[in-house]
Design a protein around this ligand. Structure first.
Ligand code: SF4
Ligand code: SF4
Length: 90
């Protein structure tokens, strides 16, 4: 990554959503496809993860973005919690 890239990072305990504003063309596809309405438009039409707590890590935003401008990362703490939960259920 070059230094002039504008990266916006949104995060909570479980999720990290990274938007590369230099690559984003404000097409709105990620916002339209998000089933949980996590993303809203900023004044330039770029996604803002306003409702990040609702993210279910379906990855649709990342997969549908034609410009690879948005990435979603499920944090390790969430994975660890899921494993713990699973072992309790077993
Ligand atoms: S991963 Fe799914 S739920 Fe999360 S922001 Fe992207 S489209 Fe929405
Ligand atoms: S789909 Fe990609 S290019 Fe289109 S608004 Fe979302 S992040 Fe930007």
């Amino acid at each position: 990554m070059s230094l002039n890239e504008n990266i916006r990072i949104y995060q909570n305990e479980e999720t990290e959503i990274i938007v590369n504003e230099d690559w984003c063309k404000s097409c709105g596809i990620c916002i339209s496809f998000c089933p949980k309405k996590v993303l809203v438009e900023d004044e330039k039409g770029r996604p803002v993860a306003k409702n990040i707590d609702a993210c279910i890590h379906c990855m649709l935003c990342e997969l549908r973005c034609p410009d690879f401008a948005i990435r979603v990362r499920k944090k390790k703490i969430a994975l660890a919690n899921n494993l713990e939960q699973k072992s309790l259920e077993d």
